[in-house]
Design a protein around this ligand. Structure first.
Ligand SMILES: Nc1ncnc2c1ncn2[C@@H]1O[C@H](COP(=O)(O)OP(=O)(O)OP(=O)(O)O)[C@@H](O)[C@H]1O
Length: 361
């Protein structure tokens, strides 16, 4: 492989199930030695994409390249690509050691026993499982099973590991800890992780880059900051779960919505007209305030939720839409609000992102 080659590339990869197009002519290039999150709603094609790259399924059309080689017609076990399943898929009758050794003992390479022992030991140590080698999978915790699943893949020294919702089976605390560990382990190994998740928080926290999949297409690929600051279509803003999205009409550079009519300096091409403002850029004012930074959206205060580093305030607009305001505690104490009282929400118009049928970027 040349130094400049991407680790893998997809050229027009399409996968259909009957009439349904699960992957719709996907072009995608992944950099070597990176952590890529693949984010998308349920049914967007995330698992199908991983299975096609791994070789568990063949694409209907398109080619798959790995380390500069066309692997489209290569069987899964000859691809040298690791796969970590959501449910871990450990062998219940084998010890942890033998689970991790399985691929080395049963693969094409067949290394000598001394090397197998050495590699399994090193990998078990790296994922923090030393001491548990002789246990069976039913004698370890969920987080430990997750590590075994990862070790089983890493022991084969792959250059690419595909992880299908690897943290989905873990509780919230453990998930957060494993996020950090997965990143640390990957950085040590000069390996690329392609990590599928339906959680926007996980995708943004973990990926050096995030690919957003929607209806079988990669609609955006960028750093977490790029995706968060500039979602390319309103559906991406919707999955991110950090924007208040308002329907309305964009006409002649003015957006008409529940908050009045606001001039718009630029809009992104989209299937519908949508006005987006981030939760943490939406501000709360008393009714009748004269110092609003922009549009005025009347809303009734419903409730708040404490999230550790921030508080989310929930409001309801006159047309029964829920609007969220996120107040970071680093900005100081939030104001006291009275449940059931009417307030006005406002924001700086230049912080809004407008999506329109009419105006291209
Ligand atoms: N073997 C199959 N036969 C028929 N349809 C399938 C098959 N596998 C997946 N699909 C369909 O293809 C689409 C994409 O499915 P896929 O499992 O890739 O989505 P996903 O993004 O991984 O979803 P989730 O997050 O719910 O797992 C869905 O509409 C699904 O119903």
């Amino acid at each position: 492989m040349k130094q400049s080659d991407p680790i893998f590339r997809l050229d027009g990869v399409t996968r259909r199930y009957g009439n349904l197009t699960a992957l719709d002519s996907i072009d995608f290039t992944a950099e070597d030695n990176s952590y890529i999150s693949l984010l998308g709603p349920s049914g967007s094609g995330k698992t199908s994409l991983l299975r096609v790259i791994a070789g568990f399924e063949a694409p209907d059309s398109g080619r798959i390249w790995f380390q500069g080689r066309d692997i489209t017609d290569l069987p899964a076990h000859e691809r040298g690509i690791g796969f970590v399943f959501q449910n871990f898929a450990l062998f219940p009758h084998l010890t942890i050691f033998e689970n991790v050794a399985f691929g080395l003992r049963n693969g094409a390479i067949n290394p000598p026993e001394a090397e197998i022992i050495q590699r399994v030991k090193e990998t078990i140590e790296m994922v923090g499982l030393t001491g548990l080698e002789d246990r069976n999978p039913d004698q370890i915790s969920g987080g430990q099973k997750q590590r075994v699943a990862l070790a089983r893949s890493l022991v084969m020294q792959p250059k690419l590991v595909l992880l299908d919702e690897p943290l989905g089976a873990l509780d919230a605390n453990l998930r957060e800890r494993m996020q950090t560990e997965l990143r640390t382990i990957r950085e040590r190994l000069d390996v690329t992780f392609l990590h599928v998740t339906g959680s926007e928080t996980e995708a943004l926290a973990m990926g050096d880059k995030v690919a957003v999949l929607d209806s079988g297409r990669i609609v955006q690929f960028g750093t977490p900051e790029e995706i968060y600051d500039a979602p390319i279509i309103s559906d991406v803003a919707l999955f991110l779960n950090r924007f208040n999205l308002f329907d309305g009409t964009l006409k002649d550079g003015v957006f008409h919505g529940a908050f009045g009519s606001v001039p718009v300096s630029g809009a992104r091409a989209n299937e519908t007209d949508v006005y987006a403002i981030r939760y943490d850029r939406t501000q709360i004012f008393d009714t009748g305030s004269t110092d609003l930074p922009g549009p005025a959206l009347p809303a009734r205060y419903l409730a708040s939720e404490y999230l550790g580093s921030s508080i989310v305030f929930l409001f309801e607009t006159e047309d029964n839409k829920t609007v969220e305001v996120d107040h970071h505690l680093s900005l100081g104490e939030p104001r006291d609000l009275e449940v059931g009282r009417d307030y006005v929400l406002s924001w700086s118009p230049e912080q809004a992102i407008v999506f329109g049928k009419e105006l291209a970027r």
